[in-house]
Ligand binder design. Structure first.
Ligand SMILES: *[C@@H]1O[C@H](CO)[C@@H](O)[C@H](O)[C@H]1NC(C)=O
Ligand SMILES: *[C@@H]1O[C@H](CO)[C@@H](O)[C@H](O)[C@H]1NC(C)=O
Ligand SMILES: *[C@@H]1O[C@H](CO)[C@@H](O)[C@H](O)[C@H]1NC(C)=O
Ligand SMILES: [Cu+2]
Length: 236
């Protein structure tokens, strides 16, 4: 009976994956799937060594994808949903407990032609286990805010074309590897203004390991602390 219930529960979750569908710039919605490299479906990536970890499946090229202009220092909001609808369902399905992170990578030329490979990614946002006693995670906030989370693009980033990579790491079945589910959305942006900072950069794939405590972890065993993969946030 217990087994049957847990199979039912995971089947329900399997039908409840999600994708990043909107990017907002200073409170202005840019439109459904606009400026975003759209994966073929809403399944997660689970292999941290795959190039799918960069920008999701089919995400190495942005051919045909538009690029949004963003002033450095802008407040960017990413919005995720299970299906292409904003109402009538839990935005990211509440069972997906885990972390939310945002990375940026500067393209050598255009954002659309950038594959995001190599040590090019800088983490600008990370939120994980917010309250161990209530088991509140960053994903609970995203679900409660209609699928949205926001980050300010550091004003000191050099101007140019970028990939903005938002990531939700669902950890509800992460006690063995592969298990953690990586939901990834990459948007194409041209950052204007900006400065001359040279932040630390990591590779995706590359920096994440199957043995990272933030990737293979049992979140249902009185977890008191959580360290998201990919190192520290660069605050600009
Ligand atoms: C960014 O925008 C969101 C959505 O409008 C808002 O909730 C958040 O407070 C803003 N963040 C900052 C730092 O202005
Ligand atoms: C997720 O958000 C939806 C819509 O606001 C809400 O009905 C649902 O209870 C939330 N799920 C969890 C687990 O918080
Ligand atoms: C929690 O902290 C301990 C001690 O600092 C560390 O060994 C462990 O890896 C951390 N757990 C997670 C999930 O980050
Ligand atoms: Cu799912």
């Amino acid at each position: 009976m217990k087994l049957a219930l847990s199979i039912l529960a995971s089947a329900a979750l399997a039908n409840a994956h999600f994708t990043m569908q909107y990017i907002w710039v200073n409170g202005v919605d840019q439109g459904l799937n606009t400026n975003i490299r759209i994966p073929p479906n809403n399944n997660p990536v689970t292999d941290v060594t795959s190039t799918d970890l960069t920008c999701n499946v089919n995400g190495l090229s942005g051919s045909g994808v538009s690029t949004v202009s963003i002033p450095a220092g802008a407040n960017i909001t990413f919005e995720w949903h299970q299906h292409a609808q904003r109402t009538g369902e839990d935005p990211i399905s509440g069972g997906h407990k885990g972390a939310v992170q945002v990375y940026v990578a500067k393209a050598p030329s255009t954002a659309a032609s950038f594959d995001g490979q190599g040590a090019v990614w800088t983490k600008i946002y990370s939120s994980g286990l917010l309250n161990p006693s209530t088991e509140q995670w960053a994903t609970d906030v995203v679900n409660a805010t209609q699928g949205k989370h926001s980050v300010v693009i550091p004003a000191s980033l050099p101007a140019g074309d970028y990939l903005l990579r938002a990531e939700i790491i669902a950890l509800h079945v992460a006690s063995s590897y592969p298990g953690a589910q990586f939901y990834i959305g990459c948007a194409q942006a041209t950052i204007t203004g900006g400065g001359s900072a040279s932040p630390t950069k990591i590779s995706l794939p590359g920096a994440y390991k199957s043995t990272d405590p933030g990737i293979t972890v049992n979140i249902y065993n009185n977890l008191q602390n959580y360290t998201a993969p990919g190192g520290a946030v660069w605050s600009g």
